[in-house]
Design a protein around this ligand. Structure first.
Ligand code: SF4
Length: 416
């Protein structure tokens, strides 16, 4: 099989607007941190951002910062700093890289954005354990450092059916959270403002979903690797009109690509689904590896994580509780398998890559027989690659290359 094709990455024009969005976002946070106003809340990536925004906080997401540490390949050498404090090299490398960066006084924000020298200081930290327990430890550490309150929503995990009882218990926690924030900030939660934010968040989510679904076209106008960076505004900007505008522009660009049958890679022969986290420090390398084999990694569970279709401005707390509990990462294996099967069908997938990220068991779904069960049910083969989201010492480029090449060859043979 030829692997010496010249690989060109087809630029998405709207990426410029998305990058400007991110630059403005970090500059606004930086200015607020220096002035001390407006107040800043740190939030987990699938935490209750709408409540925080509606209460007038600017919202900062440490996970996005840590993904930047990964993408800039700063993370690996920072992780040992946190290990020295007792945070194991086996736990979340977002946590260890981010705390390591803080201890060393470095940030990719300073490299990327002129005039920014550090991360924004929190006035309060708010986590949701819907994704993992690591976020609680991570935020508690900063709570102590900055001497500010740390609040949490505790979500059950391994959820099968999202029952009414579960939704109402989370909704009650969210109401209590709002009450605590009112006490801490001295401001009232304006329900009309919350309605507006939830409406915008839902709009952003719907557009982001439509953007990702353009990949169902053959050839796909977008790759998973494009989506991992384009998703920035959906993660940090949901609930704002600016994020909505970004995705309107992106969607219309991708629709134009579809009309022109413009593919995101040359000669798309194989359609691949990515299950698990990206390897942030290898986005380009992995794009090139697959594209050279005419394999388009075009859809993923990961980028779908910021689709919150249950959000409903007419049923604020229940719908937020439902949206943040029906997420893939919160669910039982049975629910996850059904979800992946639907995705394989929708995107007309030839093969699945499972990324077994050593430090994130929560986003690695290949450890308890799921690939084998799904292959038996769908006939779609898979490959597990071993690596990590941030710690490049756990990534073997040679082994990944050899295994991916053999896997695509297997798909080629199956096509006949
Ligand atoms: S889900 Fe994984 S990567 Fe994300 S914060 Fe939790 S352990 Fe870290």
């Amino acid at each position: 099989m030829a692997t010496d094709n010249k690989i060109t990455r087809k630029k998405i024009k709207s990426a410029v607007a998305a990058s400007k969005f991110m630059a403005d976002y970090y500059h606004e946070l930086n200015a607020a941190s220096e002035r001390g106003t407006p107040q800043i809340a740190w939030c987990t990536s699938v935490g209750p951002a709408e409540i925080l925004r509606a209460m007038g906080y600017l919202v900062y997401f440490p996970e996005t910062h840590s993904a930047m540490l990964g993408a800039t390949r700063m993370a690996t050498e920072l992780i040992p700093e946190a290990n020295a404090l007792g945070y194991s090299p086996d736990i979340c490398s977002y946590l260890t890289a981010d705390i390591g960066a803080f201890l060393k006084g470095v940030t990719p924000l300073a490299k990327i954005y002129e005039g920014i020298n550090g991360i924004p200081k929190p006035d309060v930290l708010v986590f949701n354990t819907n994704q993992c327990r690591d976020v609680q430890d991570w935020f508690s550490w900063y709570g102590e450092k900055f001497n500010v309150p740390v609040l949490g929503v505790y979500t059950h995990r391994n959820v099968g059916d999202v029952s009414n009882a579960l939704v109402s218990s989370i909704a009650e926690q969210m109401k209590a959270l709002a009450g605590s924030l009112e006490e801490i900030s001295g401001r009232r939660l304006d329900l009309d403002r919350l309605k507006e934010v939830v409406k915008l968040s839902r709009e952003c989510s719907d557009l982001w979903k439509q953007v990702l679904q353009t990949a169902a076209s053959r050839p796909s106008p977008i790759t998973f690797f494009d989506a991992t960076t384009l998703m920035g505004p959906a993660v940090v900007g949901r609930g704002t009109p600016k994020a909505v505008a970004i995705y309107k522009g992106l969607l219309s660009e991708l629709e134009e690509r579809i009309r022109n049958a413009e593919s995101s890679i040359d000669d798309e022969r194989f359609r691949i689904y990515w299950e698990g986290m990206p390897v942030w420090g290898r986005l380009r390398a992995h794009f090139e590896l697959f594209a050279a084999l005419n394999a388009n990694v075009l859809a993923s569970t990961y980028c779908n994580s910021w689709i919150f279709s249950r959000l409903n401005p007419e049923d604020l707390f229940n719908s937020m509780a439902e949206a943040y509990t029906e997420l893939f990462i919160v669910r039982s294996d049975e629910a996850k398998e059904k979800y992946i099967k639907d995705m394989l069908d929708f995107y007309d997938i030839d093969g699945i890559i499972y990324h077994d990220a050593k430090t994130c068991p929560n986003n690695s779904n290949c450890r308890y027989g799921m690939p084998q069960r799904l292959e038996k049910q769908t006939g779609i083969p898979s490959l597990t690659i071993h690596g990590d989201l941030n710690d490049l010492r756990l990534v073997s480029d040679e082994q990944t290359k050899t295994n991916v090449e053999a896997f695509i060859e297997q798909l080629e043979e199956a096509k006949g």
